[in-house]
Design a protein. Structure first.
Lengths: 50, 768
């Protein structure tokens, strides 16, 4: 379908969120297993002050 | 008494009773017990028949009832050992039968459940469990695991793996192949190679070098279950860049000459002339080398002189077209290299292997080739990665590993310093490259200047194969890899030791002994394979020394260049279970942690010395494993704070991801473990916000890793993308470019308006 025929674009389309899993990346996080998803959720940022 | 006539089988069918079958099973049990006696066996079978007949003519006993009776009869007759054998046999059959049932249930789940709802189907994030080929791969995996568990493991190994004391990785491939290889592309390309479906001649341009590199990775991936690495991407691509430049130099010169003289075809003349100069100087036309600009000047002067001498044009004209030809050839080669690298990245993210279910797990190492050709390749692979895929997406493959080395690229004034800087700019945006630090003592010990094969290269996931007890003269990164690895559930050993340190070490030693034995058993299966089992890996000489073997030879000897790795998970939880807190919390715990991991390394070194096989200690990547052990341990011990109260065990020796700590302290505490885990390691630092706007912060962390003696490290930061408007960066709840929330739509007018401002915006079609 040509673009101009659509009035609204992107319904139900999510954002892609790419994170490192064990050294490599995976496409988006919806493919991660439950444990790694939980780990990613819990990750805290590391400050740069000593 | 009426003899029993029929029995009921397990599937419910009624069949004729056959006493000889009982006799034969009893005889087998007796034989296994070393008391073979056919007469006694017949007597036992008769007695069983008599007992069964008590129920009358209409009674059909079940198999289970008959087997119970056989056990009783054997015991009564005093055949205790034979009875034991019979019971063991029965239990084994029961387990296999139950295995079949759970196998069918698993296949049912793979076939019918959406991968988003099935954790089992997301065990490996790189396989799409919702597709036909992905599901077929998972069904095969499930079947192979059931077979391997029941037929290839000893009872002790089976129980340890099944109960989660240990985890045998890539268990589906237990009897089939090995893990990974660092492919030396230069050796593979020399004189061409075959994929099994056709012969590919030695490549002659950077475009072919890059295309064949992707094919080599894909082909080798089909022979192994792990990833595929290239240890020398820059050195290999440099050859292709050089060939393209040499050809382009001649072509540009030909075109300029034709323009000047009006002749139609000066091609042969120019080629002969350049070849003659090349022969005289001992090298063809090359890019200007910053370290030795004189050699390109000399070459150009010789060509100029030869052109003038030919009488086709005067000296000044000749000098002018030689200079402009060089300039144009360099520009054109640079452009060709970018396109080749762009194609390589696109290929590795779209091509499939393993029955089409997976993109190959690819890693490339580079950063130390200081030749102008190597530098051109490095710069362009970085630029192509920076640009992203067709819609600006971050490329998932290959994993890039930048080799950091003082005197080569680390300090200002080093020949590849500019490329190190560029790599950080790219990684701050795209998460790759990661960094391997050649100056860390345990990497530096192998480094010999002028011998790129002695530069430590890593698989992207972290697997590292460098030392070589089998052949100490070949301590190199090229053409080797891991054979198999098994991980130990460290927190469970700590929990089972109830704070008793001595008991912990005893249990740990016993578990490592079990794992070492299992790795050797698996090695024996792998070693008996033949070259024809690995048509590319061995048949094309990718693996070290495999070129010396014939197609029917056993691969035992050459496999010994590979590594056998003992891995672990959850040092932090282990320390908490033993002593009450983890190594991020006190210096004392750091020393306790180093003692445990140091002890494990000593064990590996001892095993290596004993067996002359490359036993090593691995800080296990643990993707599927992160949840597997802890789920089992929660069932056993409940949710113990700081130990089993989360959904995952902390990766290897890492400081827990949830623990507040500065980047500097995290690196300082984790670095010493890199020195101990010789089979592979990685440390991460999590940075906040869009690091693409703060490359300085990114660089601070990389330098901190280098100075602390980290082996392999990378920096995590959020990389989000809105597929509708193509924005790449950090997205909170609302996309900063088009203003939509997740799942909301945007008007076509608004997107058209945005496109005026961002001409590179993709056209979202809803099909990605």
């Amino acid at each position: 379908m040509a673009l101009q025929e659509k009035k609204e674009i992107g319904k139900d389309v999510g954002f892609e969120r790419i994170r490192r899993i064990t050294g490599y990346l995976v496409g988006t996080m919806d493919k991660w297993n439950d444990a790694k998803k939980a780990e990613e959720r819990d990750r805290v940022k590391h400050g740069l002050t000593r | 008494m009426t003899k029993v006539k029929t029995i009921v089988k397990r599937d419910g069918r009624t069949v004729l009773y056959d006493e000889t079958k009982i006799a034969s099973a009893v005889l087998k049990a007796m034989t296994a017990a070393g008391s073979e006696d056919p007469v006694a066996a017949a007597r036992v079978a008769n007695a069983v028949g008599d007992h069964l007949s008590v129920g009358g003519e209409d009674c059909s006993p079940t198999i289970e009832q008959i087997q119970d009776m056989v056990e009783k009869e054997l015991m009564r007759e005093g055949y205790t050992e034979a009875a034991k054998r019979y019971i063991l046999y029965r239990e084994n059959r029961t387990r296999i039968r139950e295995g079949k049932t759970s196998l069918m249930r698993a296949i049912d789940e793979i076939t019918n459940v959406d991968a988003r709802l099935s954790d089992m189907k997301r065990d490996n994030a790189n396989i799409d469990g919702n597709t036909a080929m992905g599901s077929m791969l998972q069904i095969g995996t499930t079947g192979a695991k059931a077979y391997n568990e029941h037929y290839l493991l000893t009872e002790e190994q089976r129980v340890a793996h099944h109960n989660g004391d240990i985890h045998i990785h890539d268990f589906d491939f237990y009897a089939l192949t090995t893990t990974c290889t660092q492919i030396d592309l230069l050796r593979l390309f020399k004189d061409g190679f075959s994929t099994g479906h056709g012969f590919l001649r030695e490549p002659q341009s950077i475009a072919s070098y890059a295309a064949l590199a992707a094919i080599a990775i894909q082909s080798n991936q089909n022979d192994q279950h792990g990833g595929q690495g290239v240890p020398n991407f820059d050195y290999a691509m440099a050859e292709g860049v050089g060939k393209t430049f040499a050809k382009t130099y001649v072509r540009k010169l030909t075109e300029s000459l034709e323009d000047l003289t009006g002749a139609l075809d000066e091609g042969d003349f120019v080629k002969e002339l350049v070849d003659a100069v090349s022969a005289r100087l001992g090298a063809g036309p090359r890019l200007v080398n910053a370290a030795d600009p004189g050699s390109a000047d000399l070459f150009d002067r010789e060509v100029t002189g030869a052109l003038a001498e030919s009488g086709k044009l005067v000296f000044d004209e000749a000098a002018r077209i030689v200079a402009s030809s060089r300039r144009r050839a360099e520009k054109s080669t640079d452009r060709a290299t970018y396109q080749a690298m762009e194609g390589f990245v696109h290929n590795l993210n779209t091509m499939h292997s393993r029955a089409g279910a997976q993109t190959p797990f690819s890693s490339i190492n580079y950063g130390t080739d200081t030749s102008p050709e190597g530098r051109m390749a490095i710069r362009n692979i970085l630029l192509a990665t920076d640009a992203g895929l067709g819609h600006g997406e971050t490329a998932i493959f290959p994993i890039h590993i930048f080799k950091v080395k003082e005197g080569v690229n680390y300090n200002e004034g080093d020949p590849n310093y500019d490329l190190f800087k560029l790599s950080m700019k790219v990684s701050a945006k795209r998460l790759f490259p990661n960094y391997v630090f050649l100056d860390s003592p345990f990497n530096l010990q192998y480094y010999k200047p002028g011998h790129p094969e002695t530069e430590v290269a890593t698989m992207g996931c972290r697997t590292r194969v460098m030392g070589n007890v089998y052949d100490p003269s070949r301590e190199i990164a090229y053409s080797r890899g891991n054979l198999s690895f098994t991980s130990i559930n460290l927190p469970r050993i700590a929990l089972e030791s109830h704070g008793d340190e001595k008991l912990f070490y005893e249990k740990l030693d016993a578990m490592m002994e079990l794992v070492a034995r299992q790795l050797l058993d698996r090695f024996e299966i792998q070693a008996r394979k033949r070259v024809y089992n690995f048509p590319f890996l061995m048949g094309q000489g990718v693996w070290l020394d495999s070129e010396k073997l014939g197609p029917n030879d056993e691969v035992r000897e050459v496999l010994k260049h590979g590594s056998l790795s003992i891995g672990f998970i959850g040092l932090a939880e282990t320390l908490t279970a033993l002593y009450g807190h983890h190594h991020g919390e006190s210096e004392e715990m750091q020393q306790k942690g180093l003692a445990i991991i140091g002890h494990m390394r000593e064990f590996c070194d001892k095993k290596a010395a004993e067996t002359h096989l490359n036993f090593g200690l691995l800080a296990t990547p643990a993707e599927g494993l992160s949840g597997r052990f802890i789920r089992m341990d929660q069932k056993r011990y409940g949710k113990i704070p700081g130990i089993t109260d989360r959904e995952y065990y902390t990766n290897s020796f890492h400081i827990p991801v949830w623990y507040n700590i500065s980047a500097y302290d995290k690196i300082r505490l984790e670095a010493p473990y890199h020195a101990l885990t010789n089979a592979g390691h990685i440390s991460y630092v999590e940075l906040d916000g869009d690091t693409a706007n703060n490359v300085e912060a990114f660089e601070t962390v990389v330098r901190c890793m280098h100075d602390a003696g980290v082996g392999y490290g990378s920096i995590n930061h959020p990389v989000d993308r809105d597929p509708v408007c193509g924005y790449v960066g950090v997205i909170g709840d609302v996309c900063p470019r088009c203003g939509r929330r997740e799942g909301e739509s945007v008007s076509a007018e608004k997107l058209a308006e945005l496109r005026k401002k961002y001409p590179g915006m993709p056209h979202f079609c809803g099909c990605e």
